[in-house]
Design a protein around this ligand. Structure first.
Ligand code: ATP
Length: 311
């Protein structure tokens, strides 16, 4: 394929996500679960620089603990770059420099954001000029959360979470995130949910025949009503994440009961907990209070845009 690759480095930024609503169905024949998700992209970003090279290589650093991030073909951003090269018939390579801010294995889709950023960066650096639809198609093959990291904003995801439709959320929502030092494996959390559902207990939602989003959540997003959204937050994986990391219960206690967050929710498969607040001032107060109690607390807002070129 004739391409006009640029000599320079391309810098792309992609957001982490929260799941404001996450309903999980029964496991399917292929082991995956159908879900109904409401995603929101938030202002905690991954930065990826792509430079044309002969080989495919990656370097990773960041404010998040990056010791668990693979530097070989297990790295989702490298897999994204290779997938794009194969798709366009490009026989060169790329060096990716990733600076991570999204907690690793934290339920905020950091690896997926890296993959989305790599797709956009390689598309530009190799002069491929693929449109949004083609990039979305490649993204869906890389992982369930990659299409949303490309799209950003607020969206409903069905299927494995990768069939997206944008949701209207004009207002800004302020969140305080509490990260945990020890990540959770996404497949492990799904497995634990299946086990918990096999012997139903209070707090464990039964699998719905067909997962669907509660209209209350979409209405609250449209209206920009944080209090109403707080009442509609739901994550079926939360019971499993709490079972695997019981200390998260104290985090909830501290955020909601002791410090007045409107509500808290485990994001995705956890263990990051996101507290919804009534606005920027309340979020700042909550962040300070949680940090004083020894937590790693970050104030972010959403929705923000998906993977995009900087500069
Ligand atoms: P999910 O998208 O399932 O919610 P997560 O946010 O919990 O994922 P990630 O940080 O995206 O977790 O990554 C989960 C695992 O994927 C890591 O433990 C790591 O082994 C692997 N991984 C592969 N590529 C990357 C990457 N670029 N950044 C972080 N982890 C990666």
């Amino acid at each position: 394929m004739a391409l006009s690759a640029v000599d320079e480095t391309v810098h792309v930024r992609a957001p982490g996500k929260l799941n404001l609503f996450f309903e999980v169905g029964h496991p399917q024949g292929d082991g995956y679960h159908d879900v109904a998700s409401v995603y929101q992209a938030v202002s905690l970003y991954e930065d990826v620089w792509a430079t044309p090279a002969d080989e495919f290589t990656v370097a990773v650093s960041g404010t998040a603990d990056v010791s668990g991030v693979p530097l070989d073909d297990g790295n989702l951003a490298l897999r994204a770059a290779r997938a794009l090269a194969a798709h366009i018939g490009y026989d060169g390579g790329v060096h990716l420099e990733i600076v991570k801010h999204v907690p690793v294995a934290g339920g905020m889709g950091g690896g997926s954001a890296d993959a989305a950023a790599a797709l956009v960066a390689c598309d530009a650096v190799w002069g491929a000029g693929l449109g949004a639809a083609e990039l979305q198609h490649l993204a869906a093959r890389l992982g369930a959360d990659v299409p949303f990291a490309l799209m950003g904003g607020t969206a409903v995801g069905t299927g494995r979470g990768d069939r997206l439709s944008p949701a209207l959320a004009r207002a800004r929502f302020d969140w305080v995130l509490v990260a945990d030092d020890e990540g959770l494996s996404t497949p492990g959390v799904y497995r634990r949910l299946d086990e918990l559902r096999a012997a139903p207990a209070p707090g464990v939602a039964a699998a719905p025949p067909v997962p669907g989003v509660d209209p209350v959540v979409l209405q609250a997003l449209r209206a920009g009503d944080a209090a109403a959204l707080a009442g509609g937050l739901r994550n079926d994986l939360q019971a499993a994440a709490l079972d695997l990391h019981p200390r998260l219960r104290e985090v909830f206690e501290r955020g909601v009961a002791e410090n007045g967050a409107l509500a808290g929710i485990v994001s995705g498969s956890g263990p990051t907990v996101a507290f919804l607040t009534a606005g920027p001032e309340r979020a700042l107060e909550l962040q300070v209070a949680l940090a004083a109690a020894g937590a790693t607390a970050l104030h972010v807002h959403g929705p923000v845009r998906g993977a995009h070129i900087i500069g």
